[in-house]
Design a protein. Structure first.
Lengths: 188, 182
């Protein structure tokens, strides 16, 4: 009985810490890619590094030239996932509005439309642009509770090795909710 | 000989790239969901008239009176690839019960899709439609792949599913079959 009590007392602070700071971090043993994830108000949010070589391969296979793929492949790209498991309603977000801070300053994300204009000007052909557009994390989306979700590419637009904080924000019937990831690192 | 020795590393790199290209988002994928979300207000399904793999036109209006599962997808989309086998199992389990499945590929050519289908187990037997310029995405309100709509026999959208699903899960089979006998 005494042993159980001691164990419980030792466990309480760690459970408390988990509840206050639910951010988790893991590394893929095959690729070395890092994932940061958190869960807030019934919503899962995660970012997994996509390595520049993976992105070059993906887009060359979709019809880009290496030169056309390079600016995006080296722009600090993640596989982003948002999933509405059991939020208290339909969540709605605009991902380009998510605040990103680098060394205390705010950093603006280049919206998907901006990337499309840039790639179109670089001569990327139409079918490859269609693949690019739909491979991106949705710029705006709504998810109903019960497991609606997407995964897609999200470019942060920072040099390799940069560290940043990002806060995913969404609203439910006009009320704003947040899930933050801290000290996320760009691959490379 | 010199040219050949240069070519070997190049071919190796290209093979690795092709593998990475297919599996770029493959690690640590989130689980597929096991249910459909009902529409709050059932609205008529938008028009959908596209060519199939035999280059024949298929029009969703011709399927009125049946439940129609409309799945928007692409071969490079990981959850789309993962759910395709379960979509075929749903098709097999419901095809005799007034249920149709249509998969709308976004932006790819017939050869690419044909090659991919050979890798799916079980291989899909339902119609594949081709939206080469992603024109239907706006009219159907699709904002991310995969997205699936379940059309009731009266032509309204009864359920939707944003993101990957296990379509042969008993809960989804029940939802689809109950709709077919409405």
């Amino acid at each position: 009985m005494k042993r159980v009590t001691v164990a419980t007392v030792l466990l309480l602070p760690s459970l408390s810490a988990l509840a206050e700071n639910p951010q988790a971090h893991r590394v893929d043993v095959v690729t070395g890619a890092k994932t940061w994830e958190t869960r807030s108000n019934g919503v899962h949010f995660s970012l997994t590094q996509l390595l520049p070589d993976q992105l070059r391969a993906f887009y060359v296979n979709r019809g880009f030239t290496l030169q056309q793929a390079e600016p995006y492949a080296t722009s600090c790209v993640y596989m982003a996932v948002i999933r509405n498991d059991d939020a208290p309603g339909v969540i709605h977000f605009v991902s380009s509005d998510w605040p990103v801070s680098v060394e205390g300053g705010l950093h603006a994300l280049l919206p998907v439309e901006g990337w499309l204009e840039r790639l179109s000007a670089a001569g990327v052909r139409k079918s490859a642009l269609v693949a690019f557009r739909w491979a991106q994390f949705p710029p705006e989306q709504s998810y109903r509770p019960g497991g609606d979700w997407n995964q897609g590419m999200l470019s942060i637009g920072l040099p390799a090795g940069s560290r940043f904080d990002i806060t995913a924000t969404w609203d439910i019937d006009g009320e704003t909710y947040r899930a933050g990831l801290k000290e996320v690192q760009c691959a490379g | 000989m010199r040219g050949r020795s240069r070519a070997i590393p190049f071919v190796g790199v290209m093979i690795l790239w092709l593998l990475f290209g297919a599996a770029v988002w493959g690690a640590e994928l989130p689980p597929l969901t096991h249910s459909l979300t009902p529409s709050e207000n059932r609205q008529p399904a938008p028009a959908l008239r596209l060519q199939n793999m035999d280059e024949e036109m298929v029009d969703i209006r011709d399927l009125k009176g049946r439940v129609v599962v409309v799945n928007f997808w692409a071969t490079w989309c990981p959850p789309c690839r993962r759910e395709m086998g379960s979509l075929e199992r749903l098709y097999q389990a419901t095809r005799e019960k007034r249920v149709e499945v249509l998969a709308v590929n976004i932006g790819e050519d017939i050869d690419t899709v044909f090659s991919f289908l050979g890798t799916v187990e079980p291989s899909p037997g339902f119609p594949m439609l081709f939206d080469f310029e992603a024109a239907s995405m706006e009219s159907w309100g699709v904002k991310g792949l995969p997205t699936t709509y379940i059309i009731a026999p009266d032509g309204t959208i009864a359920y939707s599913a944003v993101g990957g699903r296990e379509f042969d899960h008993p809960e989804i089979l029940r939802q689809v079959l109950e709709l077919a006998v409405e």
